[in-house]
Design a protein around this ligand. Structure first.
Ligand code: NAD
Length: 912
């Protein structure tokens, strides 16, 4: 499968209130008031298309293997160098390998999508495995012009490849026309625009539909096959009109981000695509269009893999991390559109010595320092003598990248005398975690916001501009991370549940009520279930607890419906799920929370009290989860929470019924996690501690005060969110303290040889080893837990040299296959084995055995007899005898598709 494997985005922190442009320039151009709504993004004085490209690419490369990137395309119409490979500067800043294809794709606003099409076809052709495509633009417009309102600055980055694909590429269509809606002559600073009406009527509204219809014809599809339509067009009415012309209903049309950012030139189709991917669910089909002297249309389908992508800033996070201003003069100055007196000091020579830039390129552009191989101390810059006074080793340093190392402010100062476009110049000592420090300029901050100890991130910025020679010099600066109260926005992990439907059982009071309120606050539509009975489950029940919570949600502007059924019967469970379907049409989230208590010691625990507690907690969870699971499976998405208790996990005097039910839920989770995984349904358990009706007379009053249910809600909501892809986990939560609980298994011991039955006396003798939990392991399922038992009776492991020491590699195994082939055992055998080995050192190989001969080829076979799938490390372990084939198979590390019986021939036909 080929497609997008990762994404990243960057919008500068500064936003200009569009009304401030009108306030400053309205006397001259009164008509601009028509588009003076919202904010546009703009670069800080030290940012340009190159620096934004580095930021977006870094974001895209979170969790990715940089060394696997074969090519990098930089797309922009505002690159700072007309003749110096701009992509080469970004490549050096990102520390990508030297054997890289790098290209600038420029001169058209369609550059972003064209770069993406090129990258996809390079990967499709098999020439390349991973291609990074980054688009960035910082376009200038004359003061008081409509385009000054419409434009914004920004960047987006996509990694294209053939493994771990998050959005599968299904096809593209391109038309090229020399349609000149605007142009920028090579000696001009500003775009020259033709009449808007003509651009709208003959450009956007004709050429975009032409490309989209071409794609539809080519792929035999129609607009009904599109869930998200992404196309930039800053004419608001035209954007709507084109969507209508294409037959796309408004809910499928992605926002063009005019209100929050403005149009970011060649980057904009990719900025909008990244924004769409951030909210995409597996199965969503996305159509992306890039317009400019023709049009590119690309079609993707989002895969389950999107849920595994690590959290990143992205476009959403960048948009949330903003500093709004109405200082129009500052906007002009930062874009170098007004001249100010910079003082005599600014006249100091700024010529760049190309010799030094070349020699120190990894240090200057890549922020690469050194790390001592003798004592491990990192330092910046790299030098001949180790900075550690205890070590002082000579010529011991290896390159060490600082750009992604967490760092904090050691000291800082604001300097009003230093030359700065944004006085005072702020700089200080930055201390990196694990060692290394240097004096850095600070950016994207006010002096009043800085403090010692504050976290900083490193950002690639312009350091100076040599106007005489037309050269921009770049280096890394420190960006202080705002304080906690602003941090939600900075991290940009705005977890929402818009358009999702949640069921919370027992939501009329206590913990359930808080979960329901918080889910609704974050956009979910909630079914508030509560029977409204007594603490021990007795009584007729009452509708008022559920109704009150629904009322509370509605008053706060949310959506909710009440349900009064009991979870303790299958009919009740079904009715609860039906309420969600009837009111909102789907179920995305289920929190099994309803609970009662009937505490008695074992001897006094009569069957009635035992059953009542079992019925609400354990059977109740089964009763609601089962019908909810059916609905979630239809949507290929679901998040289920079970509520356990410390009483079950660890035991609590007088609660045998409750402990058994609460521990039974862990069993329910352990198996449901396996059954739900392939449908993207995740199930997790929380063991809460909170002050509620259930605990009011159990816990001491001073403790109850500190145990607000609100402290438990964050982890429960997080586990319910798309951001969480953990499955089958259990967590304790209370008072803001969270930790994980797991069932672990000791490494155990072997008694005898597997043939003779051990005696009781031998058990007694080995008791310490049997009982020992040192090196205990967690297993994902029962079959995996069975693995060590099988391994224990396998032949002993050999000392196998590692890849680093010239030992076995995946590719090496396949090279050696002909030598390992046992021709005498192959008489009459006619099979094709396909090996799909995943991971960075993996690949696909085909072994064909026929007429007593064996042929090995790299790549996939159309119809293999048997396909064997493994991870690269496990494969090497298997081949070197470190991993037993049967335990790998039962533990899920080795998967066989096709003819299972024929897979057993591998052992017979090859002797390694
Ligand atoms: P709570 O009594 O405040 O809330 C439980 C709610 O469940 C009540 O509103 C009740 O009417 C409802 N309910 C009871 N039986 C029902 C049924 N058959 N159908 C539908 N609704 C029913 O108690 P809480 O502390 O908020 O408990 C929530 C969950 O957390 C329970 O499962 C409980 O066992 C678990 N728990 C709580 C704590 C704690 O410290 N509070 C500790 C461990 C586990």
């Amino acid at each position: 499968m080929i497609g997008i494997t990762s994404y990243g985005g960057y919008i500068p922190r500064l936003r200009l209130d569009r009304m401030s442009i009108y306030q400053a320039m309205g006397w001259f151009a009164p008509a601009i008031v028509m588009v003076a709504q919202g904010e546009r993004s703009f670069c800080n004085w030290d940012e340009d298309a190159l620096t934004m490209a580095v930021a977006a690419s870094k974001d895209c490369l979170v969790g990715q293997d940089k060394s696997a990137i074969d090519a990098f395309f930089l797309c922009s119409t505002t690159l700072p160098f007309s003749d110096r490979l701009n992509a080469g500067v970004v490549k050096t800043a990102l520390n990508l390998k030297d054997e890289l294809h790098a290209a600038d794709l420029t001169s058209t606003l369609r550059g972003g999508t064209t770069g993406l099409v090129q990258a996809l076809s390079a990967v499709k052709s098999g020439d390349m495995q991973n291609v990074l495509v980054t688009a960035a633009d910082k376009r200038l417009a004359k003061a008081g012009y409509f385009y000054e309102m419409w434009f914004g600055d920004g960047a987006a980055s996509l990694l294209v490849g053939n493994s771990d694909v998050i959005a599968e590429f299904l096809g593209s269509y391109t038309v090229t026309h020399d349609f000149v809606d605007h142009y920028r002559g090579s000696t001009n600073q500003y775009d020259y625009m033709w009449e808007e009406r003509w651009v709208r009527d003959q450009g956007y509204s004709k050429i975009i539909p032409e490309a989209v219809s071409g794609l539809f014809n080519k792929l035999s599809m129609n607009i009904g096959d599109v869930d998200k339509l992404v196309f930039p067009c800053f004419f608001k009415a035209e954007h709507k009109k084109i969507a209508k012309k294409l037959g796309a209903p408004p809910e499928k049309v992605m926002d063009n981000l005019h209100e929050v950012c403005g149009e970011t030139g060649a980057a904009h189709p990719l900025v909008m695509l990244v924004h769409a991917l951030e909210d995409a669910k597996p199965g969503d089909r996305i159509l992306v269009v890039g317009f400019g002297q023709g049009c590119d249309a690309l079609y993707f389908r989002v895969t389950d893999e999107i849920l595994n992508l690590p959290v990143r800033q992205g476009i959403k996070g960048s948009l949330a991390n903003k500093k709004a201003t109405d200082n129009y003069a500052k906007f002009l100055k930062f874009r170098d559109l007004i001249q100010t007196e910079m003082g005599i000091r600014a006249e100091a020579p700024t010529q760049t010595a190309m010799t030094v830039l070349w020699r120190k390129r990894d240090m200057i552009l890549g922020l690469v320092g050194g790390k001592c191989t003798e004592c491990g101390t990192p330092q910046f810059p790299r030098m001949d003598i180790c900075v550690n006074p205890e070590c002082r080793a000579v010529k011991s340093q290896i390159p060490y990248e600082f750009a992604d190392v967490p760092a904090s402010v050691k000291s800082f100062t604001g300097d009003l005398l230093a030359v700065s476009v944004d006085p005072p110049g702020i700089y200080g000592m930055v201390q990196f975690e694990g060692g290394g420090r240097f004096m850095a300029d600070f950016t994207d901050c006010e002096l009043s916001e800085c403090r010692v100890g504050q976290q900083v991130t490193m950002s690639f910025r312009r350091r100076y501009t040599d106007t005489e020679r037309g050269f921009s010099g770049y280096f890394w600066k420190a960006v202080p991370v705002p304080e906690a109260e602003e941090r939600g926005a900075v991290e940009g992990v705005d977890i929402r549940f818009d358009d999702q439907v949640a069921i919370v059982t027992g939501a009329g009071a206590g913990l359930g009520r808080v979960y329901a309120l918080e889910l609704a606050k974050r956009g979910a539509k909630v079914v508030v279930n509560d029977l409204g009975g007594a603490r021990d489950g007795s009584g007729e029940g009452s509708s008022s607890p559920a109704d009150d919570v629904v009322e509370e949600i509605k008053t706060a502007g949310g959506e909710a419906v009440a349900n009064y059924d009991s979870v303790s019967t299958p009919e009740g469970g079904q009715a609860i799920v039906d309420t969600a379907i009837n009111a909102f049409g789907r179920v995305d989230i289920l929190i099994n929370n309803a609970g009662i208590l009937r505490d008695k010691t074992l001897v006094k625990m009569d069957p009635e009290n035992w059953d009542a507690v079992m019925d609400v907690h354990l059977k109740g969870a089964y009763n609601v989860t089962r019908p909810a699971f059916v609905k979630m499976r239809e949507n290929r998405y679901g998040r289920i929470i079970l509520t356990s208790s410390a009483a079950g996990l660890y035991g609590n005097f007088g609660q045998t019924n409750y402990s058994s039910a609460k521990m039974g839920l862990i069993g329910l989770m352990n198996t449901t996690k396996l059954e739900g995984d392939k449908h993207n349904i995740k199930i997790n358990t929380v063991a809460p501690v909170a002050a509620t009706r259930l605990t009011e007379d159990i816990l001491p009053p001073d403790l109850l005060e500190k145990l607000k249910p609100e402290f438990v809600a964050p982890i429960v909501l997080y586990l319910c969110s798309q951001k969480c892809d953990d499955n089958g986990m259990t967590f304790n939560a209370g008072m803001g303290y969270f930790n994980r609980v797991a069932i672990v298994t000791g490494s155990g011991t072997v008694i005898g040889d597997g043939r003779g039955i051990p005696t009781l006396e031998e058990i007694h003798h080995s008791w310490e080893k049997i009982n020992d939990l040192e090196g205990a392991e967690e297993f994902p399922n029962a079959a995996a837990a069975f693995g060590p038992m099988l391994d224990a009776f396998s032949p002993k492991k050999k000392d196998v040299p590692s890849e680093e020491t010239g030992g076995l590699t995946v590719a090496g195994v396949f090279e050696n296959i002909p030598g390992a082939f046992q021709a005498d055992k192959a008489a009459g055998v006619d099979v094709v084995f396909q090996f799909d080995i995943s991971g960075p050192k993996g690949g696909s190989w085909t072994i064909t055995v026929k007429d007593g001969s064996c042929e090995v080829t790299e790549g996939s076979h159309g119809s293999p007899t048997t396909t064997i799938k493994m991870g690269d490390d496990d494969f090497v372990k298997l081949m070197s005898g470190e991993l037993n084939a049967m335990s790998a198979f039962t533990g899920g590390k080795l998967k066989v598709e096709g003819d299972l019986m024929k897979s057993q021939l591998v052992e017979k036909l090859f002797k390694f």
